[in-house]
Design a protein around this ligand. Structure first.
Ligand SMILES: [Ca+2]
Length: 554
């Protein structure tokens, strides 16, 4: 049905554009006349009716963006897209601070946009059961957005999982380039020099040697034994030398954020919980040894971030520890951008240099463990996917239009820049190859009003981003391409809300206890695992495996 309709539309459009309609009144007019009788005698009138019908723009009720401000329908960006695609946009605005609540009210009253951003992928099954979103056939995606599909398949294949239900695709994945760079490893290079280590440590043995010297050989040369190797920000890196880090953020987990310790990974084709894997026993055994040897700052219990922005490490700024991490390449960017006046590097690098002007902070790599494992935790590589609603699916041209817009956003650089950065010559310009942002100070709301970041449907196409923000991503590619661990996406589970707080607490208590006391790591870890399983861990793991397999259609 839909296919036949679509083909008719296409062939008519082709006929019109070639000026072939005249003379084929009885032939081409049959489907498009909206069921009305078209007398053959009034050929000219029916041609005009057809042309008007054909020229009528496809309208889209649009909520395919992060709505910080209400887009001005007369802005040049919106007008440009409307002309390019013969489209008419009707913008929904949902306060981004109250997105879920405000959107639910409108959906519940029977209203529905055509294009819908899915802020929380966990909502997909709910939207399906409410009849709000419809499956998108892969063949349609490949037909109208081939470049985008190829880009996903080659760079973000994992993202299809999060938009599926019972094996069908319900939204178009959107990507987060920064999430592809694992959290960083930052060393005090001047300390390494001072203790006679010329190579940035790479293996667990090399890490241990550096930490031992940092503790015992006065790397800051003040004559006092007042330095340590590491604190909490480097712990996931050390766990990662053995396997998926059972806690990805010790501060967050100990403050009760269960998502920092209750995570899933795949083992032998099954979804498993990370913190109870036997590799963690080995890692914790090592950390206990390091703690006893004084290599770990005892204040790791309350975190090296004692105040301010979460990525700040006061212990590192104050020359108490020789390694930090947990944050992104741009936080610690230590090369200055010649195009930014008075550039001082990334925010955390700047803070460090203000505290220790002669200190040297450099990028390292995650420790490689005895079996070759290594990696730091990664942020999500997914951004909010974009769905088409069941209302929009009544007219196949709407999905087609959405996909053509997505395809254009990853095949035409200047078009992409217009969608994300505004009007050429007004909001941005190109100086040779160099992108120059003329309205970088726009707030998110101001940007939306101008039509920036509204009609790209959240597409963020890596090759274009790297072309636009060349300095940043050349830097990122030089230092940030290290190994990392990213969690498997699992749909909403009742068991997660039911058990995750208890499980997080058990994990935090056990990990801290093993590191800081002289319990037998092996026996204590086994006891923890048994406790964890008995207190909902087992049930959660089984539910997660089942939900994952249901989602991908296994
Ligand atoms: Ca000292």
């Amino acid at each position: 049905m839909t296919k036949a309709g679509k083909l008719t539309g296409v062939s008519l459009a082709v006929a019109l554009s070639m000026g072939l309609v005249a003379g084929c009144g009885g032939n081409g007019g049959n489907n498009e006349a909206g069921g009305q009788q078209t007398p053959t005698s009034s050929g000219t009138a029916s041609q005009q009716a057809q042309q008007t019908e054909q020229a009528k723009p496809i309208s889209l009720e649009w909520l395919g963006y992060d709505s910080y401000g209400q887009p001005n329908p007369n802005s040049s960006v919106i007008k440009m897209v409307e002309e390019k695609f013969n489209a008419k946009f009707d913008f929904w605005y949902v306060d981004s601070q109250k997105w879920e609540d405000n959107l639910n009210v409108r959906l519940a009253s029977g209203e529905m946009p055509d294009v819908l951003k899915i802020t929380n992928r966990q909502n997909i099954p709910k939207y399906i059961s409410q009849g709000i979103i419809s499956p998108i056939p892969m063949e349609t995606l490949e037909k109208f957005a081939p470049t985008y599909v190829k880009f996903l398949n080659e760079n973000y294949p994992e993202l299809w999982d999060g938009v599926m239900y019972e094996g069908q695709i319900y939204a178009i994945p959107m990507t987060n380039l920064n999430g592809t760079y694992p959290t960083v490893v930052i060393w005090r290079k001047d300390w390494l020099d001072n203790v006679g280590i010329s190579k940035i440590p790479e293996t667990i043995a090399e890490y241990e040697e550096a930490f031992t010297k940092f503790r015992n050989e006065d790397p800051d040369k003040d004559g006092k034994k007042d330095t340590y190797g590491l604190s909490d920000f480097a712990l996931p890196n050390i766990l990662g030398a053995y396997g998926y880090p059972g806690i990805s953020d010790f501060k967050g987990a100990s403050k009760g954020d269960a998502s920092k310790s209750v995570q899933f990974t795949m083992k032998d084709g099954n979804v498993v919980l990370t913190s109870i894997q036997p590799e963690m026993k080995e890692a914790l055994t090592l950390l206990q040894k390091w703690y006893k040897a004084g290599l770990i700052d005892p204040e790791f219990l309350t975190s090296e971030n004692t105040t301010g922005y979460w990525a700040d490490s006061q212990a590192f700024y104050n020359s108490k520890i020789g390694i930090t991490g947990m944050s992104m390449f741009y936080h610690w960017r230590n090369e200055l951008n010649p195009d930014i006046p008075d550039d001082a590097g990334g925010g955390q690098y700047k803070a460090f240099k203000e505290s220790v002007p002669d200190g040297e902070a450099v990028f390292g790599v995650p420790a490689v463990g005895p079996n070759g494992a290594s990696g730091t935790p990664m942020w999500d590589t997914a951004s909010h996917p974009i769905a088409i609603t069941s209302k929009a699916m009544e007219n196949p041209e709407k999905l087609e239009l959405l996909l053509k817009m997505i395809e254009a956003a990853c095949t035409d650089y200047e078009y992409y820049l217009t969608l994300t950065n505004g009007e050429k010559g007004v909001d941005w310009t190109l100086d040779g190859d160099k992108f120059v942002n003329l309205t970088a100070t726009d707030t998110l709301a101001e940007a939306n009003v101008k039509g920036k970041n509204v009609l790209n449907a959240k597409v963020s196409y890596d090759p274009f981003i790297k072309q636009r923000d060349k300095f940043d991503y050349e830097f990122a590619d030089k230092y940030g391409k290290i190994s990392g661990y990213s969690a498997v996406f699992v749909p909403t589970l009742e068991e997660f809300s039911k058990y995750s707080n208890t499980l997080n607490k058990l994990t935090v208590d056990a990990y801290f206890k093993i590191i800081t006391s002289d319990v037998d790591p092996s026996a204590y870890f086994d006891e923890y695992v048994a406790n964890f399983r008995a207190n909902g861990g087992d049930e959660l793991e089984k539910a997660a495996d089942k939900a994952y397999k249901e989602m991908v259609g296994q």
